[in-house]
Design a protein around this ligand. Structure first.
Ligand SMILES: O=C(O)c1ccccc1NCC(=O)[C@H](O)[C@H](O)COP(=O)(O)O
Length: 263
């Protein structure tokens, strides 16, 4: 069984629990956040979606004692375009409570990073204050992908659609996804290779209606330049920022010019 299959198995159980539970996270109304799509489209630099990531299946514990509010506030102050909060508890040691706390502390776009297979998870993400949700093409059949994409969009949420190869890119484009991310991590071997971003970019129809994002394995400015050269508008970064002694220096070093924009 692959790690994605194992994660999805736990998600099916979690969905059953969520369907039975009352909303236990904060449901208070928060001010509307700026659009991630518009932020990325307008910017002339590679933007950073900065992730709150305590642990992962590939690395085990990364930063187990990190306070999500302090981390997210540091990201926002350092110029992140968006905060990503991993809400999965079993494999990433995150929670919807983390998301709700961060939502109250930051004003920028907020991504609920989870393995979404059902509408109830989208409801929970919205209630906790997310403005963006993630849909992973590899985790969903075409009908479910379309249905969840429509559901989230109708709820006023933006959707980051994650792909791993050109075939999955075709499925993302078929539902007219505007925010498309290539995950550089192989979910079977955990190998991270930015060549995935470069390969998928060759098939990406770059235009004003969609933005291209590179996810995972971005460790330094060299990786950021590589993603930008491939046409990325943003990078999604977890581990290297979580381990950094200076979030500000590390994050700013990734904000390189976008491809085609002179220095
Ligand atoms: O990070 C993992 O080990 C992982 C394993 C299986 C499925 C997903 C996984 N990560 C989720 C992510 O997409 C990353 O947290 C995100 O892209 C940031 O990656 P990184 O900068 O390499 O921490």
């Amino acid at each position: 069984m692959t790690i994605l299959e194992k994660i999805l198995q736990t998600k099916r159980i979690e969905v059953k629990q969520l369907l039975m539970e009352e909303c236990v996270v904060s449901c208070e109304t928060l001010p509307k956040r700026p659009s991630l799509f518009e932020t990325l489209q307008k910017s002339h630099q590679l933007e950073v979606i900065s992730e709150m990531k305590r642990a992962s299946p590939s690395k085990g514990m990364i930063a187990g004692n990190t306070d999500p509010v302090a981390q997210a506030t540091a990201y926002e102050q350092a110029g992140a375009a968006c905060i990503s909060v991993l809400t999965d508890s079993t494999f990433f040691k995150g929670s919807f409570d983390d998301l709700a706390s961060v939502a109250k502390a930051v004003q920028i776009p907020l991504l609920c990073k989870d393995f979404i297979i059902h509408e109830v998870q989208i409801d929970r993400a919205k209630q906790a204050g997310a403005s963006v949700i993630l849909l992973i093409v590899a985790a969903l059949d075409d009908m479910t992908l379309q249905r969840l994409h429509n559901y989230a969009t109708n709820q006023g949420l933006e959707v980051l659609v994650e792909v791993h190869d050109a075939k999955e890119l075709g499925r993302a484009l078929a539902i007219n996804a505007k925010l498309i991310g290539v995950n550089n991590r192989n979910l079977k071997t955990f190998d991270v290779d930015l060549a995935k971003t470069e390969e998928v970019a060759k098939h990406f129809p770059f235009n004003e209606n969609r933005v291209f994002i590179s996810e995972s394995g971005i460790m330094d400015a060299g990786d950021a330049k590589r993603a930008a050269a491939a046409g990325a508008s943003a990078v999604l970064v977890g581990e290297s920022l979580m381990r950094s002694a200076s979030v500000e220096d590390s994050l700013r070093s990734l904000q390189v010019p976008k491809a085609g924009v002179p220095l």
